[in-house]
Ligand binder design. Structure first.
Ligand code: ZN
Length: 493
């Protein structure tokens, strides 16, 4: 067992070195450095792959066949070691190196194409990325659908058919709610587009991060085109945001969202840090943490009440004529829009379902990459009732496909569902949650999340964690109940 932990530490060290280089590529790396950086990342990917597939691991795992684990942690350690060894060893090393080099270039090509609103310059990269995804699925093996092999990398155990059975009724409900809301009187949100100088937004973002419990001695905040969170080490969890002088909520909710991811990583038990157990258990659970802070707590009436004085102090001209109820309604305005990361809580999951439907069609062969911009428009019309004019507002908006992350998007919507279910239990355990949030007092919800979710790292798979915390399997009704209650109050639907 100790030898296995030593081997995992080697891999974790290399992975975190790679993460430093990736973080730098997104934040401060000069543009012309891309080729050498791609070489560095590809070389490291090869080294990691070698460490992951050394025959000693197979031998250790064989020895552990007859070993009875002492507790949940040992059991999980061996289970994850088997899983990671199986996943790594199906890929030839040359394939991993070649793919990593290509994906780093692809990411660079996407950033330029998005800026220039030009799909064709990115298209050959994207075609290759979907080819890689199909080959990945073949190497990994799957039952029923190649999508299951990819999905399992991000949400272990989840299946495309199960997602369809969640997303089809959820999509129908959400599209209906959007229509019902559209027929009602709209809420005021003009004040959210007033000028908020970026330097003050930055200071406010840091203050909000501290409010929710983010520790700046173990992290930092920077600006990037696409906000993200990355773990560079057990005591180095970094977040990024983006600023727009005339979009107050863009930075505000990006920092709370990424802060939620950061708190998850910061809350994992230190004893787990050197092993595969030292990180979030699935991307769906990770997203439940970010979306819980961003929306379920961050956009609650109580937290709005708590934050308004801070907003007024920072931007007196912007919030001088805004009261608590107006702020609450404004930041919860529901309106179909093109950009997923800026979508409200009702339309957000529709953006995810759109990508899920397109990914399935691309993998099944019913859709080709060259037809993707048109297919995007059709899906958008169907689900959101709007059609993007520009590819930068449609197929080029997200970074994921450029990195080869296919099968990843569904975890965002799963995060909403897990989050709503967790919140229900949290409210039962912390009856005065609203009173605390009204004081901008976040220690109790953070402690609750640490104890129930964060501290366990990857010890419990997502489904089991959900049952341990809430007493039942994932149930999308909690998300629907939450939306009904909230939006019937705001819009009278
Ligand atoms: Zn997220």
């Amino acid at each position: 067992m100790n030898e296995l932990i030593r081997k995992q530490k080697d891999i974790r060290l290399l992975q975190s070195i790679s993460a430093v280089l990736e973080w730098d590529q997104e934040t401060y790396m000069p543009g012309k450095a891309i080729d050498w950086r791609s070489e560095q990342l590809a070389w490291l990917a090869g080294q990691i792959h070698q460490k992951e597939t050394v025959p000693e691991i197979a031998a250790l795992l064989k020895k552990l066949d007859d070993y009875s684990p002492a507790d949940d942690r040992e059991e999980a350690l061996v289970r994850l070691a088997r899983r990671e060894y199986r996943i790594a060893s199906v890929f030839p090393e040359e394939y991993v190196v070649e793919k990593t080099r290509h994906l780093s270039q692809s990411q660079n090509a996407w950033a330029k194409a998005r800026q220039a609103d030009d799909f064709n310059s990115f298209r050959p990269f994207l075609e290759k990325n979907f080819d890689y995804a199909r080959r990945d699925a073949e190497y990994l093996g799957y039952e029923d659908h190649p999508y299951n092999a990819l999905l399992d990398l991000y949400e272990p155990g989840m299946k495309a058919a199960e997602l369809k059975s969640l997303f089809d009724p959820l999509g129908e409900y959400l599209a209906g709610l959007v229509r019902r809301i559209g027929e009602k009187e709209q809420v005021r949100s003009d004040f959210l587009n007033r000028s908020c100088p970026v330097d003050k937004q930055e200071a406010l973002g840091k203050e909000i991060l501290q409010t929710i419990g983010y520790d700046f001695e173990r992290g930092r905040l920077d600006a990037t085109a696409h906000p993200f969170t990355t773990e560079l080490g057990p005591r180095d969890i970094r977040v990024t945001t983006r600023y727009d002088e005339f979009e107050f909520t863009s930075n505000l909710f990006s920092v709370i969202h990424e802060g939620g991811h950061g708190l998850y990583e910061m809350g994992v038990d230190e004893d787990l840090a050197e092993t595969f157990l030292g990180q979030g258990t699935s991307l769906g659970i990770h997203e439940s943490q970010s979306r819980l802070w961003e929306n379920l707590l961050g956009r609650s009436r109580a937290f709005c009440d708590g934050c308004l004085p801070l907003f007024r102090d920072t931007f007196p001209d912007v919030f001088g004529d805004v009261d608590e109820e107006t702020l609450y309604r404004g930041i919860n305005r529901v309106k179909p829009s093109f950009i997923r990361v800026e979508a409200d809580e009702v339309t957000y999951s529709l953006h995810v379902i759109l990508r899920f439907n397109l990914e399935l069609a691309l993998l099944e062969g019913g859709l080709e990459v060259k037809d993707l911009p048109e297919a995007w428009k059709e899906e958008s019309k169907k689900l959101l009732g709007i059609v993007p004019e520009k590819v930068s507002q449609g197929v080029l908006q997200d970074v994921h496909w450029s990195f080869g992350l296919i099968g990843y998007f569904p975890t965002y919507a799963l995060g909403n569902l897990y989050g709503a279910q967790f919140l229900r239990t949290m409210k039962r355990d912390i009856p005065d949650l609203d009173g605390l949030l009204r004081q901008r007092e976040c220690a109790a919800p953070l402690d609750w999340l640490r104890k129930n979710i964060h501290s366990h790292g990857s010890v419990y798979p997502a489904g089991e964690l959900c049952r341990r915390v809430t007493g039942e399997d994932l149930n999308y009704r909690y998300f629907i109940d939450y939306l009904e209650e909230k939006y019937s109050r705001i819009y009278g639907v």
